[in-house]
Design a protein around this ligand. Structure first.
Ligand SMILES: Nc1nc2c(ncn2[C@@H]2O[C@H](COP(=O)(O)OP(=O)(O)OP(=O)(O)O)[C@@H](O)[C@H]2O)c(=O)[nH]1
Length: 221
């Protein structure tokens, strides 16, 4: 299925980790929707600039709302993931989108100035087990005013990367900060506590299964 919302063209991967700007993205969603299949660090050349993505996922039902809110405060942009094979995970999307908006309305931005969110329907390869239609997703997307896309993290690494780059493009488009004002280095204390695995080794595994599970190990001070 093609996306009802056009995603940017596939990105060229950066050949080196040159100094660049850093964007923090958070992947939210119910348990078992496929969040852990997403990569957690990625660098790409976008419009001639190197962009480092730091990607934090949540641990589904194991986390309480305070932990999720901490992660939401940390993030610049958000992928809210459901599985097209799991109706309950789709029903959770609305609650998570409200939580993002609520949390950010009290923190970084002014009223009515919300961070970019993309609704991501994963496991589209399981067409015969589908419980959430594309129309359902488009309707929710219109209601919440967030773009939606269906992907398969299992089948396509590129689709996952395009979600991240679409969020980045939206951040730039919002104009809250121009590209030059992004953080210059991956400096967050949170990320400093994450075990170092360099981007090239992460990508060797097809960009999958390298997410981290124990947020408690690197909570901000
Ligand atoms: N067919 C198919 N299976 C997938 C896809 N993405 C993930 N899975 C499978 O779905 C199961 C759950 O994936 P996880 O990545 O552990 O899900 P999660 O959202 O991180 O779950 P929690 O850690 O409990 O929050 C695993 O068996 C994955 O292999 C996909 O695109 N297609």
């Amino acid at each position: 299925m093609s996306s009802p919302f056009p995603l940017p063209r596939p990105l060229r991967r950066a050949v080196s980790l040159a100094p660049g700007r850093t964007v923090r993205l958070v992947v939210l969603g119910q348990s078992a929707v496929g969040k852990t299949e997403m990569i957690y660090r990625h660098s790409a050349a976008i419009d001639g600039e190197v962009v480092h993505f730091e990607i934090l996922d949540t641990a589904g039902q194991e986390e309480d709302s305070l932990q999720i809110e901490e992660k939401i405060k940390w993030g610049d942009g958000f992928a809210v993931v459901y599985s097209v094979t799991d109706r309950c995970s789709f029903d959770e999307v609305m609650r998570l989108c409200f939580l993002i908006n609520h949390t950010h309305s009290n923190t970084k931005r002014g009223a009515g100035d919300q961070p970019p969110v993309m609704i991501v329907g994963n496991k589209k390869d399981l067409e015969f087990d589908r419980m959430v239609s594309t129309d359902d997703a488009v309707n929710l997307s219109k209601a919440l005013k967030h773009p939606c896309v269906e992907i398969s993290t299992r089948d396509s690494y590129e689709e996952t990367v395009m979600v991240f780059s679409a969020l980045y493009n939206e951040l730039v488009k919002q104009g809250n900060f121009t590209p030059g004002t992004f953080r210059r280095k991956a400096v967050s204390k949170l990320m400093d506590k994450i075990p170092k695995i360099n981007a090239s080794s992460a990508l060797n595994s097809g960009g999958r299964s390298l997410s981290f599970n124990s947020y408690r190990d690197y909570l901000p001070e």
